[in-house]
Ligand binder design. Structure first.
Ligand code: FES
Ligand code: FES
Length: 163
């Protein structure tokens, strides 16, 4: 058994687990944060994406012990003061989901993508970077629309604040 210590959604947490425990299972089973999904066993689907030290990772491809000491944000940590994160709001507004299974991973990937590109994001890049997130329902069109809309909103607001 190993002890894993993390900061998750701003809260210090710790727990024991087997050395082979994946971060996604630690998050879901030890911490009860079931918004992070498991959609495959081949690290292909992206339903399990969280942010680790600010970068998106597939939490099924990281051991919980490897993540120990890091800061993790899950889908539950995005909204603040009862307000959806702009990416979540854009998915809602543009109907970027149907069954919703892939949505937490899509949203976490999109938040990281938008912050890395700092406003310089086009459809081709969004489609390319969503390559590791599989949606079986939507055909991707509205997901891409939602990401581009959130990018515009977030970077438009940042640009206005800087003026
Ligand atoms: S559960 Fe992690 S990529 Fe599918
Ligand atoms: S909305 Fe159903 S898998 Fe994407």
């Amino acid at each position: 058994m190993a002890i894993v210590k993390l900061t998750v959604n701003g809260r210090a947490v710790s727990g024991d687990c087997e050395e082979r425990t994946l971060l996604v299972h630690f998050i879901r089973e030890k911490l009860g944060l079931t918004g992070t999904h498991v959609g495959c066993d081949t690290t292909q689907c992206g339903a399990c994406v969280v942010h680790m030290d600010g970068k998106s990772v597939k939490s099924c491809s990281v051991l919980a012990v490897q993540a120990s000491g890091s800061t993790v944000t899950t889908i539950e940590g995005l909204a603040s003061d009862g307000e959806l994160h702009p990416v979540q709001a854009a998915f809602k507004e543009h109907h970027g989901l149907q069954c919703g299974f892939c949505t937490p991973g899509m949203v976490m990937t999109a938040v990281d993508m938008i912050s890395r590109h700092g406003g310089d994001l086009d459809e081709k890049t969004v489609r390319h970077e969503l390559d590791g997130n599989i949606c079986r329902c939507t055909g991707y069109h509205n997901i891409v629309k939602a990401v581009l809309s959130a990018n515009e909103q977030m970077n438009g607001a940042a640009n206005q604040a800087a003026e």
